[in-house]
Design a protein around this ligand. Sequence first.
Ligand code: PLP
Ligand code: COI
Length: 338
Amino acid sequence: MDTIDWSNLSFGYMKTDYNVRSYYRDGKWSEPQLETSEYLNLHMAATCLHYGQEVFEGQKAFMGKDGKVRIFRMRDNALRMQSSARGILMAEPPVELFEEMVVTAVKKNRRFVPPYESGASLYIRPLLIGTTAQVGVRPAKEYLLIVFVTPVGPYFKEGFKPTPMVILREYDRAAPLGTGRYKVGGNYAAGLPADEKAHRMGYSSVLYLDAKEKKYIDECGPANFFGIKNNTYVTPESTSILPSITNKSLMQLAKDMGMKIEQRRVPVEELSTFEEAGACGTAAVISPISRIDDLAENKTYVFCTDDKPGPVCEKLYHKLRAIQYGDEPDPYGWITVL
Ligand code: PLP
Ligand code: COI
């Protein structure tokens, strides 16, 4: 334990002491069970392995200066997991069960919550899988909800520093009436080739356009997109993006800073009008975008020329982090203090 270099953690996996599990059988969820094993005993014909019945969540807990641990917007993650589960016909874990399991997983692994000064956090990964053995394409009757945690540093290795992103028009992530709005594993599998290509070319992430018309901005790999202009926070509305809890939080903070909020379709050409742009998500927090290259169209949109985030990104980032770490009061009821 003493050997963990908290300030240099990457967004990886590290074994912790416990995970928490609940089994759905005969229409009922079991009492949460504490587990020390990192492995599952799973039937080879389980629906999660063959037909993608798998949804997950991503959330974080933060160690405050006061030594208290704070979990961010846990209820919103519970509700989003329910929506994802409904989206691919899985049993929905009750909000209370989800919250109890998250709290237990954090409390039992408290020694893995990175210290305040490190700027790192404890990533919480709730995972729901279909476990019934069957070969026909039908929803499972039995499910397993697991919550595990792992300490993490920044998702983009540059942290809160502007990075370039790329539009690769030859790839789609999710269809307008498909599963993009749910946090299902298949969406991430579909995104792997574009992600790999973008990384190989030196970009931090792909910026996806809507799959149907290729006219509007969808989202940035594992994060939502936002642009800033004329004291306005603009973010795409689309049926194929994941409703980000970070984005929802930033919209609230921006509104309270006196900015206007526009959640609507955002045409690609509008990129040329933004003073700042960023990607936001639990893992990414805010990742300012330095420029976006639309390779097929041979266009480049530049948001900053030095290594510094713009002033609005800067303000939003510090405000969000201050609430998450407990440096500033939480007027919105977003935090569960342990
Ligand atoms: N979009 C996608 C595809 C994601 O995987 C995530 C991460 O959860 C987000 C957006 C950001 O959502 P949130 O802010 O709730 O973490
Ligand atoms: C998150 O931001 O929590 C994510 O799930 C993104 C990625 C690690 C899949």
